[in-house]
Design a protein around this ligand. Structure first.
Ligand code: FES
Length: 207
C-alpha cells in the first residue's frame, strides 16, 4: 500500500509526491526566470553602447571621389559598420532631390554626383538593421519587410518614412567625405520619392 507521500506510476517506479511538486515548482520558477532574464537582456541591449556609438561629431569617411567611384562600380552603397552608415550616391541634377537633400547633404562632386550618409542600422519602423539587396538595388528590412530605394526613400510598408540620415559635406582641402554624426536628420516622408526607382531584380526579403 502506498503511503501519503508516494505515488506509484504505471511502470512500477515509486515517485514521491513531494519531489514531484518540488520538480514542478522548480520548473515553473525556472521558466519564469528564463523569460524575465530574456526580457532583461533585451532591455539592456537598448541601453548598451552599439558599434559606432563611439563615433561622434564630424568624421571623415574617406576620399569622396574614390567612394563615388566604388559605389558606381559595385552598384552598392559603401557600408561603414562602425557608424551603422551606408554611403550612397544621389543626383543633384534631379530637381526634387536637390530640393529635399541639397541643404543637408552638401558633398557634391559634380553636376550629377553627390554623396549622402544613410543610417541603415535603424529601420524607422522598429529599429532593425536594414541590409542592402544587390538584386533589387533596394534596402530591404528582414524584420517586417519595409523597403527603401537606393537613396533610402520609402517604397514599401510598414515603415512610416524613409531611412534617417546624417548631414554631410565635402572637405574642399582634403577631398574627404565628412559626415556629421551630431546632425541627425529624420528620413523623408513617404510621399518624398525623388528617385522613382522600381526594383531592379529579385527581392531579398519576401513580403
Ligand atoms: S523593423 Fe524594419 S520593417 Fe519593421
Amino acid at each position: 500500500m502506498d503511503g501519503p507521500y508516494v505515488k506509484r506510476s504505471e511502470n512500477g517506479w515509486d515517485l514521491p509526491t513531494v519531489a514531484r511538486r518540488s520538480f514542478l515548482r522548480t520548473s515553473l520558477f525556472g521558466a519564469v526566470g528564463v523569460g524575465l532574464g530574456g526580457f532583461g537582456l533585451a532591455s539592456l541591449g537598448f541601453l548598451w553602447p552599439r558599434p559606432g556609438d563611439e563615433l561622434v561629431g564630424e568624421v571623415p569617411l574617406g576620399d569622396a571621389a574614390s567612394l563615388a567611384a566604388l559605389i558606381r562600380t559595385e552598384r552598392a552603397p559603401v557600408r561603414v559598420p562602425e557608424g551603422g552608415i551606408s554611403i550612397v550616391l544621389w543626383d543633384p541634377a534631379n530637381e526634387a532631390a536637390m530640393q529635399n537633400y541639397g541643404t543637408d547633404h552638401q558633398a557634391v562632386l559634380d553636376a550629377e554626383t553627390a554623396l549622402m550618409a544613410l543610417n541603415s542600422q535603424d529601420c524607422p519602423h522598429l529599429g532593425c538593421a536594414v541590409p542592402w539587396c544587390q538584386s533589387s538595388q533596394w534596402f530591404e528590412c528582414p524584420c517586417h519587410g519595409s523597403r527603401y530605394n537606393r537613396w533610402g526613400e520609402w517604397v514599401g510598408d510598414p515603415a512610416p518614412r524613409g531611412l534617417d540620415r546624417y548631414a554631410s559635406s565635402l572637405d574642399d582641402g582634403t577631398g574627404q567625405f565628412v559626415v556629421d554624426l551630431g546632425a541627425y536628420i529624420t528620413g523623408p516622408a513617404r510621399t518624398s520619392n525623388a528617385l522613382q526607382q522600381p526594383a531592379e531584380g529579385k527581392a531579398c526579403v519576401d513580403v
